[in-house]
Design a protein around this ligand. Structure first.
Ligand SMILES: C[S@@+](CC[C@H](N)C(=O)[O-])C[C@H]1O[C@@H](n2cnc3c(N)ncnc32)[C@H](O)[C@@H]1O
Length: 244
C-alpha cells in the first residue's frame, strides 16, 4: 500500500482546490519562477507529479513534461489527464532517465514525503543528475514551523457528498504523521471507517541551503508562498536553484 492509496478519491479536492488553488500555483510557478529565471525553458521533469494536475497545465502552456511518481494509482489517474507526455513509475530518490531537462520541479511539498535527511540528499543528487547545466530546480517545503503548528491545530473536516474526511497531524519521533479518517457512507446511518497514515518530514531551511550550496547549486531565490519574504514563521517555502 502506497501513500495516499485510500485518500486518493478525495485528494484532488482537499489538496488542490481547497488548500492551494491550482491556478494560483501554476501562475506562480510559471511567471515568478520559470519565466523569471529560465524563460527559454522547454522541458520539465516533474518529480512526485501525482495525478498530473500541475503537469497538465504546463503541457497547455507548451512545455514538454515528463512526470515521475512512486504511486501507480496516482499515475493511473494521471493517465486520464494525459495527451502525449511521459509518465515514469519510480522513486524520486533513485532513478535514471538517461536524459537531462531544462527544469526539475517538485511541487506541493512532495519532498516532505521523504522522511530522512539521507533521502533528501539522494533527491538533490537525482535532481542534479537530470538537470542541464545552468538550468533550474524548483521545490517547496512545508517548514518545521508549519508541521509543529498543524500538530497543535484542531482536526480538519471536509464533507464530500455523504462522506466525511477528517485530517489530524501528530508529532512522532523524527517525523510527523497525518492520520486520515474517511467516514464512507454506505446506507441510511451506516458508515464505513477507512483510515490511512501519511508520514512527512521537514528540515531547517539553513540545513537545506548549506547542503545544496555544497553540491553545486546556486540559490536564485527562496520565497514564502504566502508572504514573499521568508521569516521564522513561514509555512510554505519555495526554493529556486541553478545548477552551476
Ligand atoms: C502531495 S502529493 C503532490 C502531487 C503533485 N506534485 C501536485 O502538486 O499535485 C505528493 C506526491 O508525492 C508522491 N511521492 C511520495 N514519495 C515519493 C517518492 N519517494 N518518489 C516519487 N514520488 C513520491 C506521492 O505518491 C504523491 O503523488
Amino acid at each position: 500500500m502506497k501513500t495516499y492509496d485510500k485518500f486518493l478519491d478525495y485528494y484532488e479536492e482537499v489538496v488542490r482546490w481547497i488548500n492551494s488553488p491550482l491556478e494560483d500555483e501554476v501562475a506562480f510557478l510559471h511567471e515568478d519562477c520559470i519565466m523569471e529565471y529560465n524563460p527559454e525553458a522547454k522541458s520539465i521533469l516533474e518529480l512526485a507529479c501525482g495525478t498530473w494536475t500541475v503537469a497538465k497545465e504546463f503541457v497547455k502552456l507548451g512545455y514538454d513534461v515528463t512526470g515521475l511518481d512512486i504511486n501507480e494509482k496516482m499515475l493511473e489517474k494521471a493517465k486520464k489527464n494525459l495527451s502525449k507526455n511521459d509518465l515514469v513509475l519510480a522513486d524520486m530518490t533513485d532513478f535514471d532517465l538517461d536524459k537531462t531537462f531544462d527544469v526539475v520541479l517538485c511541487n506541493y511539498n512532495s519532498i516532505c514525503h521523504l522522511l530522512t535527511w539521507e533521502e533528501w540528499k539522494k533527491f538533490f543528487s537525482m535532481a542534479y543528475k537530470h538537470l542541464k547545466k545552468d538550468w533550474i530546480l524548483i521545490f517547496d517545503i512545508n517548514t518545521l514551523f508549519e508541521f509543529e503548528s498543524i500538530t497543535r491545530d484542531f482536526a480538519q473536516f471536509y464533507t464530500f457528498w455523504d462522506d466525511v474526511v477528517c485530517l489530524e497531524m501528530f508529532k512522532k519521533t523524527g517525523y510527523f504523521e497525518w492520520l486520515i479518517k474517511i467516514f464512507s457512507h454506505k446506507e441510511w446511518s451506516d458508515f464505513e471507517l477507512i483510515t490511512e497514515v501519511v508520514k512527512e518530514n521537514s528540515f531547517p531551511i539553513s540545513k537545506i541551503e548549506k547542503e545544496l550550496k555544497e553540491t553545486w547549486f546556486e540559490l536564485l531565490e527562496k520565497v514564502d508562498y504566502h508572504y514573499g519574504k521568508v521569516f521564522a514563521e513561514s509555512e510554505r517555502v519555495y526554493f529556486i536553484w541553478k545548477k552551476s
